[in-house]
Design a protein around this ligand. Structure first.
Ligand code: BEZ
Length: 305
């Protein structure tokens, strides 16, 4: 059995008609029928109920179809990933979620360009979930996100866990009450979360922080992205829980307050194709750890999976 057999079988299983499947595959019908027959003989099972009109998959055929689809998708990913890893020109494309721009990302990019001027670096804003798909399609080489997403083809390194802080409208009673707040001080407030979509996202990390402590946040307002959430906070629409690096974004209409619980954190996760051991990627990772040391930003022993 080879990949061609799988492609032919999937076409017939989807069209449930040999003539249409042959047209889709741009081959004649007799060789297609022979290949399917060979496949069934090799497996020793019938994949189609031959006498059924229209054509029907057998139970074994349905099982084989689900797995054949997965194998073909994996083969396509392997092709695009290998092409990307083997590219001759030295290029690297980074996907990042917007909130990492307030952390170390700009410094990392400047330093990397200075140390590796021969590598053409490009940056694309995208959600963590889109980063996983883009890594597998070979359109990016590294992703910086916040969601712990499992994928067998993707390696994750948790670079650090960033504390969450509260953004309040300037002059808000809570900002005047005490310098450090507890989550449960925020229950009477409208909580502005972001991004609204796609989910899961940073918004779910904030909601989980409440739910894990058996707390029910007050009214929820979903904002499209961080900048909108901050604008709404400044307008007095509510409060928002943001990664602490956002503090660097000085605004005179917003006050930031720390939260008392050290477990209220959001990770910064670097994702790359598993087994992609190109020099550029190890150089980038080394440089990030060097920068953390320089900035005394070592929060975590490196953890990988
Ligand atoms: C950081 O803030 O630690 C960071 C942000 C983006 C990429 C890598 C690290």
């Amino acid at each position: 059995m080879d990949l061609r057999h799988l492609r032919y079988f999937v076409a017939v299983a989807e069209e449930l008609n040999f003539t249409r499947a042959a047209e889709r595959l741009h081959i004649a019908q007799p060789p297609l029928s022979r290949q399917i027959q060979q496949l069934e003989e090799g497996l020793g099972v019938q994949l189609f109920e031959r006498n059924a009109r229209p054509l029907k998959l057998t139970e074994a055929g349905r099982f084989f179809y689900a797995h054949a689809q997965q194998l073909l998708a994996q083969a396509a990913e392997l092709e695009s990933m290998t092409r990307r890893v083997g590219q001759i020109e030295r290029k690297m494309s980074l996907g990042f979620v917007g909130s990492t721009l307030y952390g170390m990302l700009p410094k990392i990019i400047r330093r990397f360009r200075a140390e590796h001027p021969q590598i053409e670096l490009s940056l694309v804003e995208m959600t963590t979930m889109d980063q996983i798909a883009a890594l597998k399609q070979g359109t990016i080489d590294v992703g910086f996100g916040r969601i712990r997403h499992e994928d067998p083809n993707v390696r994750r390194v948790v670079l650090r866990e960033e504390r969450m802080i509260v953004a309040l409208p300037v002059g808000h009673p809570l900002s005047l009450a005490k310098p450090v707040l507890a989550l449960h001080d925020l229950l009477g407030e409208t909580l502005i979360i972001f991004p609204k979509a796609p989910r899961p996202s940073y918004a779910d990390q904030v909601l989980a922080a409440f739910h894990d402590r058996a707390l029910q946040p007050g009214r929820i307002h979903e904002a499209r992205e961080l900048q909108i959430a901050l604008g709404l906070v400044a307008a007095g629409e509510g409060i928002s829980i943001v990664p602490s690096s956002v503090h660097g974004l000085k605004r005179d209409d917003i006050s930031y307050r720390e939260l008392d619980d050290p477990n209220l954190v959001s990770p910064i996760i670097m994702s790359m194709r598993r087994l992609d051991e190109t020099e550029e990627i190890s150089a980038l990772l080394d440089m990030i750890y060097r920068l953390y040391e320089e900035e005394k930003l070592v929060f975590l022993p490196p953890s990988q999976d």
